[in-house]
Every structure is written in structure tokens, then in C-alpha cells.
Design a protein around this ligand. Sequence first.
Ligand code: IMP
Ligand code: MG
Length: 185
Amino acid sequence: MHKNVERVLIPRDQIDVRVRELAAQIANDFRDESGGDEPPELTIVSILTGSLIFLADLIRNMPLMLRLRMITVRSYPGKSMTSQPAEIEGRLPDDLTGQHVLIVDDILDSGQTITLVRDLLAERNPASVRTVMFLRKDTEPARETHVEYVGFDVPDEFVVGYGLDFDGYYRNLPDVVTLKREALK
Ligand code: IMP
Ligand code: MG
């Protein structure tokens, strides 16, 4: 275990099982909607950088025709551990007319990021917009933000690993963990 890890909240084998389950559930929901014919194509809009590892595991378990679009949203610059107003960096897809969109993100905290992205994508004429979050923190705004799919609910603590970072580090840890106090400086 990495020396800065305080405790493992979600071990890698549990993540693996849950991600496969989520992928199957999402793929089934899309198939059901199509009424038995060819399932509709899916446009995935993934929010970098935190969703990267979740995204890679999720889509490899989704046997659908799908395309990927990546966007960047800044909300926790540098060592900040509280949400700042979210801002999109770079361009959003211009036209999503008739497309079924699935937003993929790492963690729901204040809900600002996902609300911003969802509203901006909804203006671009998609056939549907749904959201899958790998984690949801136990905060009031997170509980009040509507998302269709959630991997795990976690306590209101700062977590890293499986894509989530502190100051850009720890994304490569395969488990979701909390860090020792002295590492959060
Ligand atoms: P929101 O806009 O407050 O919901 O913030 C969501 C974004 O903040 C996430 O996409 C993460 O990038 C970041 N974030 C929130 N909580 C954590 C955490 O515990 N660890 C690492 N990043 C976090
Ligand atoms: Mg993020």
C-alpha cells in the first residue's frame, strides 16, 4: 500500500464487480428503450481527468455502438479540497441533435460540475441525456442532484485513487482510498 494512504474505502475487486454491473445495467436500459430493434447509438461525454479510469473500464463492458467525446471542467484547482465554481475548458460538442448522451464523471460533491455540463448539453438538442457518476459523496447538495446511475455512495471525506486526484497525484491507485492528514498539504 502507498505510504500516504490512510485507509482503503473501496477495494479494487469491489470496483471491478460494480463497474461491470453498471455497464450491463446502462446497456440494458438502452436496449429496452429501442423496443427490441437495433439499440440506439450512444454518445459518451466524459469529464476529464478524474473519470478516465472509470470510463475505460465502463465502456469496455458495454457492448453498444458508441462514440466518445471528452471535455474538461475545472472545479478543484491544485490542492483545493472544496468545490470552486465549475468552468468548462475547451469546446463542448456543438450539435447533439437526436443523439442519446451519457455523461460520465468521477464524483458528485457539490453537484456544480454535473449541473453545468448537463444544462449545456441539453441545449444542444439531444434525444436524451443521462449521467453516470462513479462516486457520490454524502453531502446535501449531492443527494439533491439528480443522476441516473451511481457506482458507490461514499462518506463526505476527501478520496483519491481510481482516477481521482489530490493536486494531480494518486490517480493511478487502483483502490479508492483516503489519505493521511500529513499528505493533504
Ligand atoms: P462538484 O462540482 O462539487 O460536484 O465537484 C466534482 C468534482 O470535484 C469532481 O469531478 C472531482 O474532480 C472533484 N472532487 C470532488 N470531491 C473530490 C474528492 O473527494 N477527491 C478528489 N476530487 C474530488
Ligand atoms: Mg472532475
